[in-house]
Every structure is written in structure tokens, then in C-alpha cells.
Design a protein around this ligand. Structure first.
Ligand code: SF4
Length: 425
């Protein structure tokens, strides 16, 4: 989501006659696009801004801004605590950047700061294809914000309530991207499964329409919420496997129902596992990944073991696991029984150990298989990389003019995150 926001900033600034430079010391404007999902985000912003202290001394006209979730969350506090910052803007204020900069350029003193516009959340936005060089694969937002209020998550506070973009706008963006040579799109949202267009279409309808009515060759999406992932969506994926990749990222967060309830996730362990069963029955070659939080307040060793068992039982090829860390405004930050950092670290390491061993075994199945790889990049002389439909980064030898094409690659070596192979003729 943040990568996509950065692209929008670039595009808007280019339209306002800014040009990118190679190094910070050549810049007249530096923007830090922050993320507050992980630990110590505010601290990271201050230390990043601090690295520009000398540049600001040499060039007092240099403008430094902070956007993204930390900007949204901290607002004027950032400027108060770090005078090097000239402006702060919220996640919905990206489109206002030209006006913000105009105000700053017209200021009488460098002490005049701008706490930008738009900390309220605007109506669904229309055109979202402000992508400079979309390349072969790019993102398109379909929803913004989230209404779920999981007790550990700051997103509803930084990105606001969920809003869906009208389906016709999503399709317009996609058709524009196809004309610019894009082959693969990832439809983006905090919870894509609760997408609802103004015309009444749900996410499954959108996915089906994208598969049938646009020239996009490959479709991915993220992130899904288990409570909203339904059979209709599974059926659409199964029906359109030629376009919709058989890869699903379905965060379970904890394998224990008591902890899931404390997290306000809206499903139990049993319900989640039932959904996995349905998914595997409907989409036979499905590849799964997930997000996990260890050391949520009150999590016992036995409850953590439920999480480990979930990883073993479901067979996720990739896991994104993190130690619980309290986020501002969230309920869980005020829960008693916060878990000791050492215990969290130890549990996280144990979880990774279990998964590492299993995933080495699980991915062996790819060796000898021929996968369809969309070539994304030249990695060196006669070396290419791309992604398979299973979302595996694959390296192989081949000529540069294959970039943008989907080619058959026979896998010779499979590691959990990377495959190596040979181009088949
Ligand atoms: S569904 Fe995702 S984005 Fe929404 S509150 Fe929960 S974790 Fe955060």
C-alpha cells in the first residue's frame, strides 16, 4: 500500500515539474513516506530525518516532509519534536501535495510549517493510475481503510474507515494500465473481501469482471480476511485459473480461538480451518501464505503451540510472522498481561525454525515441474527473473527481450523463497 502511495507522490510531483534526483544532497524536496504497522515507526522517522541535518544546514531551502501513517497519526507532534520537518501530511492528502508545496514556497519564514490538509478521510478517489513506470506488474487500489478494528492494528486509525472504489473506476485504471504494457495486477486493499462497488458488485464479481473484461493477463490480490473469504470467491478463482493466480494470502494471526477472540478477528480456529478445507477442495493447486502475531497479550505457551500446529497442519509455503508490539490507539496496547520481549523473541524463533524445516520439504515438489513464469527483470547478462503463478520468484537464463512475456520454466532447484530453473522451448 505504501509503495503504491509513494508512486502516486512521485507522479503528482512530476506533474508539478519536480524531477527525481539520484542522491539526497541533490534534492530540493525530501519526503519520507512512513508506515506505522511495525515497531517504533515514529522513532524511525525521527532518526531518518536526523540524517538530513547537515543537508538542511547547507541548504536551508531544502523542504523535508513526512507522509504516510506516521504523518496521519502524529500530525503536529512531529514538527514540534523535530524542527527539521517542514510539513506533515496524512494518508489522504497525497493529492494535495502541490498546494502544500506552493504554500511552503510562498512562506515568509522557514519557521512557518504546514500541517497539511486532509486529515479527514475523503470520498473514494477516481483515478488511481498515477504510476510512473508501471513495468510488467503493478498494483491497483480497490479499497482503502478498514472497519474491522482488530485490537492490535492501527490501520483503522491511520487509514480510516473502509471505502471501496467504484468498479467502473477500477476497470478504467486497468484498461489504462494494459495499454501501457502491464501484464499483471495486484488488486489492493486492507480487506479486499469486503469490497462493495456502488453498483452492488462484491469482490468475487469484481475479480470475475477483471478476468473476463480486461486485457490483464494475470491477477493477484491482497489482503484477504478469513471471515469474509467466501465460497463464491473460491469458485471464481477456480473458474478463471487461466488468469487469477492460485495464490492466497490468508492471515490467521493466531491458532488459538481465545486469542483470536481477544484480537477481535471474527473467526475461531475451527472456522478458519474449515475455510482452508473448502479452499483446498475448490482450488486444488492453491498455494497459501499467512500473517502471524506471536506473544499477543495473555498468550500462554499452550496457546502459542496452537499457532505452531496451525502452521504445520495448513502447510503455508510462506509465513510473515512478527512479535506483538503495542500500537497507539489500539485496545490491545491497554491489555494487561503484556508478554515479556524475551519470551516473544523465543517463540518467534521457534516458529520460524519449525516453518523453515517444513517449507524446505514442501517446496521440493516444484523440482522437475514446469511453471509459467511472467518475466519481470533482467538480472545480468542473459539472466532473468520473474514470478510463477504460485508467487515464487524464479531465476533462469534467457534473452532480455523475454521481459513482459510468460514463459515455461522447468524448475531445477527449489528453496522456500526462490526457485531456479531452465527456460523450456
Ligand atoms: S482486518 Fe487487517 S487492516 Fe483491518 S484492523 Fe484487522 S489487521 Fe488491521
Amino acid at each position: 500500500m505504501n509503495v503504491n502511495d509513494s508512486e502516486r507522490m512521485y507522479s503528482i510531483l512530476e506533474m508539478s515539474n519536480f524531477t527525481p534526483v539520484e542522491k539526497p544532497d541533490q534534492a530540493s524536496l525530501i519526503i519520507i513516506n512512513s508506515c506505522s504497522v511495525r515497531e517504533k515507526p515514529v522513532h524511525k522517522v525521527y532518526s531518518e530525518v536526523g540524517t538530513y541535518r547537515d543537508l538542511k544546514k547547507q541548504n536551508p531551502d531544502l523542504l523535508i516532509g513526512v507522509g504516510g501513517c506516521v504523518g496521519q497519526q502524529e500530525k503536529e507532534k512531529l514538527i514540534k519534536n523535530q524542527p527539521l520537518i517542514d510539513f506533515v501530511f496524512g494518508t489522504d492528502a497525497i493529492d494535495e501535495l502541490p498546494q502544500t508545496l506552493q504554500t511552503l514556497l510562498g512562506r515568509s519564514s522557514s519557521k512557518d510549517k504546514v500541517i497539511s490538509a486532509q486529515f479527514h478521510h475523503r470520498e473514494p478517489y477516481h483515478v488511481d493510475t498515477l504510476v510512473r513506470n508501471p513495468g510488467v506488474s503493478t498494483f491497483v487500489n480497490i479499497t482503502k481503510g478498514c472497519d474491522n478494528f482488530c485490537t492490535f492494528c492501527v490501520v483503522p486509525f491511520t487509514r480510516g474507515r473502509e471505502k471501496s472504489r467504484p468498479m467502473k473506476h477500477v476497470l478504467m485504471d486497468l484498461n489504462g494500465l494494459v495499454k501501457r504494457g502491464v501484464k499483471e495486477v495486484t488488486l489492493l486493499g486492507q480487506n479486499v473481501n469486503s469490497y462493495t462497488s456502488d453498483c452492488g458488485a462484491d469482490f468475487a464479481d469484481l475479480l470475475k469482471t477483471v478476468a473476463m473484461e480486461t486485457g490483464i493477463e494475470r491477477i493477484r490480490y491482497t489482503t484477504s480476511h478469513p471471515k469474509d473469504f467466501n465460497q463464491k470467491l473460491m469458485d471464481v478463482m477456480a473458474e478463471h485459473q487461466n488468469k487469477i493466480c492460485e495464490y492466497i494470502h490468508l492471515p490467521f494471526q493466531s491458532g488459538n480461538s481465545r486469542i483470536l477472540e481477544k484480537m477481535n478477528r471474527g473467526y475461531t480456529r475451527e472456522e478458519y480451518l474449515e475455510k482452508i478445507k473448502q479452499i483446498k477442495a475448490t482450488i486444488p493447486n492453491v498455494v497459501l501464505s499467512t500473517d502471524i502475531i506471536v506473544g499477543f497479550p495473555g498468550e500462554t505457551e499452550e496457546e502459542f503451540q496452537d499457532t505452531v500446529r496451525m502452521v504445520e497442519e495448513v502447510g503455508y509455503e510462506t509465513i510473515f510472522a512478527f512479535k506483538y508490539s503495542p500500537r497507539p490507539f489500539t485496545k490491545a496496547a491497554r491489555f494487561e498481561e503484556q508478554i515479556d520481549e524475551d519470551i516473544k523473541s523465543e517463540r518467534l524463533n521457534r516458529l520460524f525454525d519449525v516453518h523453515d524445516k517444513l517449507s524446505f520439504e514442501w517446496v521440493k515438489k516444484y523440482e522437475g515441474q514446469t511453471l509459467k513464469v511472467l518475466v519481470e527483470k533482467v538480472e545480468g547478462e542473459n539472466k532473468l527473473s520473474g514470478r510463477s503463478t504460485q508467487n515464487k520468484v524464479t531465476f533462469f537464463e534467457g534473452p532480455a527481450d523475454l521481459v513482459g512475456q510468460t514463459v515455461p520454466v522447468k524448475i531445477t532447484r527449489a528453496l522456500p523463497n526462490v526457485l531456479r530453473g531452465q527456460l523450456e522451448s
